[in-house]
Design a binder for this molecule. Sequence first.
Ligand code: PMP
Length: 413
Amino acid sequence: MAEVATLQGLYEEAKAKNLALDMTRGKPGSEQLDLTLPMLDLVTSSDYKTAAGADPRNYGGLDGIPEAKELFKEFLEVSSTDEVIVGGNSSLTLMHDTVARCMSHGTASSSTPWGKLEKVKFLCPSPGYDRHFAICEHFGIEMITVENVNNDLDIAKIEELVAADDSIKGMWVVPKYGNPTGTSVADEVVDRLAKMNTAANDFRIFWDNAYTVHHLSDDVDVIKNLFEVAKAEGNEDRVFIFGSTSKITFAGSGMAGMGGSVKNMDWMRSHLNISTIGPDKINQVRHMRFFGDFAGLQQHMVKHAELIKPKFEVVISILEEKLGGRGLASWTNPKGGYFISLDTNQGCAKRVVALAAEAGVKLTAAGATFPYKNDPRDTNIRLAPTLPSIDEIKQAMEIVCLCVELADAEKNA
Ligand code: PMP
């Protein structure tokens, strides 16, 4: 009890500072957005054409201008531009619309609309990305939580589930520097995902490679190419790959793309043809002039890393200093991406987030990283360090750590 009282005293002192700090969402900081400002000057009223001299102002170019498709071919790691669609500004929209089309019209492998079936289920490796789960909820897709093991997919469980149940039509994966773990899938997991037997012949993996080039240093995670392995196994139609430049150029005005087999991309093009007469090609010209090519894009990411890495380092060093070796929490130490996952002892995460909010530090809601916002053990908290300044992160993390101590002490009192 004495410990709780001491910690409560410290907590009241922290509260009295009336802070207003936000570590909820993975948004780029303003210095990161500033890196891209020169892009706005690269298309002018007298100079706006594509590399081949085509006019981007009118309708058309349904799946992107050639140089943008070339860039996304490398970005999404597919082998031809026929396997690529460059869409609007948001990969989340592409994911949502892909699910919507499967629900309303079926897939390229089966004309039965998923929405006509009695039940449609998705596997949701967790902790995962809340907006993936929101898409499932929106369409009435039943989510099956598959908890990660050692911050990687529980591939044995996934294999068992998809082999036994043909109403399992899809799964979400953020394969590299995941949201929220910051960790990446192992080669063996990629192999097994590509090869596994699925009861559904129209099963799809939504491979959301949102953070594929978002390294913090030159010590990078390299993941095996799922699409290539799936192709070799004759399973290429099970893979939809997604990505965007939202965290490379402007989060609200980037370029998004998807990749997959020619059969899948032709299926998507036939649907796109109904919903649009073409994407914003002027934005694609602007982006391609800015990057030059994929190597140029990768170079640009080095500048982001210089800005973000110190922010991640502050979070990790305060966690280590305050909580290290005390049995109160564990956390990931990612080599890239936008998030750090903090796991408290069982039954503490909600309390930590509530305590932090009361002390002026907003964190992503506890539970948000699980389907139906239900973290079965109430342990996971997503930390998003990119938006606040280093000074704000320091203040916020001191409070988060204090809240972890207090919540744990309260529980054991
Ligand atoms: N996928 C993941 C895993 C993300 O973390 C995010 C952004 N938080 C997105 C997709 C959203 O991407 P976009 O801006 O391209 O819609």
